[in-house]
Design a protein around this ligand. Sequence first.
Ligand code: FAD
Length: 382
Amino acid sequence: MLAQNDITIVGAGPSGLACAIILARAGRRVTVREWKPDVGHRFNGDFQGLENWSRDADVLDELVGAGIAADFERHAFVSGTVFDPTGRPYQVRGKRPLFYLLRRGAAEGTLDRALLAQAQAAGAKVRFSDRVCDFDGAGVLAAGPRQAGIIAAGHLFATDMDDGAWLALGHAVAPDGYAYLLVQGGRGTVASCMFTGFRDQAKHVAAAVAFFRAHAGLEMRNPRPFGGYGNMRLPITAMQGAHPVIGEHAGFQDALAGFGIRHAIRSGVLAAQSILDSGDYTACWQAELGPWLKAGVVNRLIFNLAGEPGMKLAVGRLARGDVGGLLKRTYGPSALKRLLLPVALRRYRASLADPSCDHSDCACVWCQHGDHAATASATANI
Ligand SMILES: Cc1cc2nc3c(=O)[nH]c(=O)nc-3n(C[C@H](O)[C@H](O)[C@H](O)COP(=O)(O)OP(=O)(O)OC[C@H]3O[C@@H](n4cnc5c(N)ncnc54)[C@H](O)[C@@H]3O)c2cc1C
C-alpha cells in the first residue's frame, strides 16, 4: 500500500508530529509542512488536560510504548472540585491521575515544543509558514479542525492562588458544556467550553469568571483573552484518496467534552504504523479509536437530553467513589450505547454544529479566527 520513502505530513499539531516521530525514526524521509510560523500557533500557553481515565493504560505509558517521550512539562491531577448547575461543590478524587495538566503553544515546556524537538531529532524536516493546498506523493493529513462544533474561550492569567482544578456545569456558564479553572505554579486558565450558544460567547465567559470568583476564589493578574475551536465528526474511512487523515482533521474528538489530544496522538501513531507495515489504517483506527468515538457521540446525546437535572445527578454520583473508575465506565463503550448509536448518529454523524453561529454579526472565536476556507476548499483538496 503506502510504501514510498518520502512522506509529507500536513500540519504540525500533536497528531502530525506524533506521526512524524514514528516515521522518521523508522528511516522514512519526512517533511512536516506547517501553515503557521511556529508550532502551537492555535494555542496561547493555555493549560489543557491529557485525559487519563478512558483506558486501563496510563496515557503516559501509552505514549512511551508508542515511542514518544513524555518530556513536556506536566503535572498529575488526582483530584478536583466539580460544581453542579446549582453551584453545589463536590470534591472528586481518583485512585490514579485523572489527567495530566500540560501547556499548549510555542513556549518551552509545552507539548507542542516537545513533540517538535522529538520529530526534528528523529530526522523529520519541519517547514513553517507553508500553507499546503495540494501536494504530490505519499502524505498524511493532520491539519486540525475543519469546522467548529465546540468553542472554548476565556482568560490566561498570573495568580497567587494555590494549584487546583475546578469544573462547573450549567447552561449559564457554558451551554451544553462546562466551564473550567486550572491553576498551576502561579499560572491559570479559566474558560467556558460551549457546545452551543456561540453567539453569546462573551456573556458565558463573563458568567464563568464571575462563578469562579464567587465559588473558587479566582484571582487574576494580567488576564489575557484566549480562545479556540474544535470539531467532532465520525468519519467513514478517514482516508482522503490514498492519504490517511489523522487527529481533528479526521474529526477525531471526544464529542462529550472535547478531550482530543489523546485521540490525535494515537491516530498519528496508528497512521505511521500502517504506513510502515503497509497495513490498513481504516481498520486500525476503527478497532482502536472507533468504539470510544462512537461512545462519545452517544454520551453527547445523553448529556444533551439529560439537561441540568441529569448533570446534577451525575455529579453527585461521581463524587461517591474513585472518579477515574466511574468516568471510565461512564465514558466508555457499552451495550446500551451500541443500541443508542443509530439515534445519536442521526443527530451528530456529520458534525456537531451550533445553529446559533451563522457567521452573520457573530463575535465568537470561530467567526473571528476560524479557518473557514478549510471547511469548503483548501484542505478538502489534500
Ligand atoms: C481552547 C481549547 C482547549 C482544549 N483543551 C483540551 C484539553 O484540555 N484536553 C484535550 O485532550 N484536548 C483539548 N483541546 C483539543 C485539542 O487541543 C485538539 O484536539 C488537538 O490539538 C488536535 O490536534 P491535531 O494535531 O489534530 O490538530 P491541531 O493541534 O489543530 O494541529 C493542526 C495543525 O495544522 C496546521 N494547518 C492547518 N491547515 C494547514 C494547511 N493547509 N497547511 C499546513 N498546515 C496546516 C495548523 O496550523 C495546526 O498547527 C482543546 C482545544 C481548544 C481549542
